[in-house]
Design a protein around this ligand. Sequence first.
Ligand SMILES: NC(=O)c1ccc[n+]([C@@H]2O[C@H](COP(=O)([O-])OP(=O)(O)OC[C@H]3O[C@@H](n4cnc5c(N)ncnc54)[C@H](O)[C@@H]3O)[C@@H](O)[C@H]2O)c1
Length: 364
Amino acid sequence: MHTPGSALRVALIGCGGISNAHAAAYRKLGPDVVRVTAVTDVLRPLAEQRAVQLGAEIATDYRSAIERADVDAVDICLPHHLHAEIAVAAARAGKHVLVEKPMACSLDQCRAMIDAAAGAGVTLMVAQVQRYMPSYRGVKRLCASGELGAIRAVRFDSMQNAPGFLPAEHWLFDGQLAGGGIVISVSVHRIDLVRYLVGDVKRVMALTHTGAAPYRRGAEDYAAAVLEFENGAIGEHFATYSGFRMPYSEMFMIFGDDGAVHALPPAGHSMGPALFATRSRDDSATRSAGWDGQFSGFLPVPPDGAGLPAGDDGFANEIAHFAECCRSGREPQSSGRDNLGTMKAILGIYRSAETGAWVDLAGL
Ligand SMILES: NC(=O)c1ccc[n+]([C@@H]2O[C@H](COP(=O)([O-])OP(=O)(O)OC[C@H]3O[C@@H](n4cnc5c(N)ncnc54)[C@H](O)[C@@H]3O)[C@@H](O)[C@H]2O)c1
């Protein structure tokens, strides 16, 4: 079991795509903070490469990784249908759990993970990396400061053309392995971020479209959702996984009585800088008069890097936060318990798309 003051010893479960970012983060934070002692992947060459890169040993499978005495925590970087089983097994073995987004594929699975972690007294954190980026922390500070006034509305999107960069056989196109399509795999980032910035979602109404190959077994490639937040704000989300040569976008806009903040993608990027304007700021030097005033006078949202030791590297900040929570017993900012609200919104969107009715998240 992890002792306060020592480096957190981690087993990396899954050595595919996103583990590259996690591995870079482990190297950046260094062995005084986190040490990867074991790695595993069903594709042995990937595990071998990662073991060499991180100075770790190879475990034959996740069970043997979990059983190791030199492992305090697991980092689950696997297809979504495997998250819950491994997180529950690890927690029951007394290991802390960091699991990539989405937490799991169903609310029953999420609750089993939360219960297992609570029962064992270990940390359960979902790797919602956007919460650990100074740019979004700056937006959070602005929203929380009250300078925008009461927040009335939010718009946000998740747009990409996945068949343009993933092979057709990829598990992300398989609704059984991914738990759905674009909403659970990609919108999960924005839905969690919007909950962090604006507050919990109360109810949702949605339409989804399930496309032709490579999408299969229920993976949707378009979604349009309307959301009502607990604080009365209204929201709109649009997602596409297959728009023909779409500009990749993670646009968002937040509208308050006294100000607004927005981040729109410039050509060639998924995300522009977050900009804002509020009544209390004098923008007369930069804002044009009349009609042109609609397009000018916006200020960059100052980033907030407080408590984020790795600057703009959200993955290293996230893993540092996980290690700190394992040491201190503090609840992570993206704990399993908190993430249940994100997963309810996602699964509420799916329920609404099936039934055609509003879905009250309190009933899920
Ligand atoms: N935070 C982000 O921005 C971000 C980006 C991409 C992916 N992700 C998330 O990361 C997770 C993994 O996605 P990925 O893109 O790395 O997928 P991937 O397919 O590239 O990698 C998954 C790896 O798991 C291995 N694997 C499968 N079953 C296994 C098992 N039973 N035991 C051990 N290894 C097994 C595969 O061989 C593969 O190497 C997903 O939850 C995904 O949503 C997050």
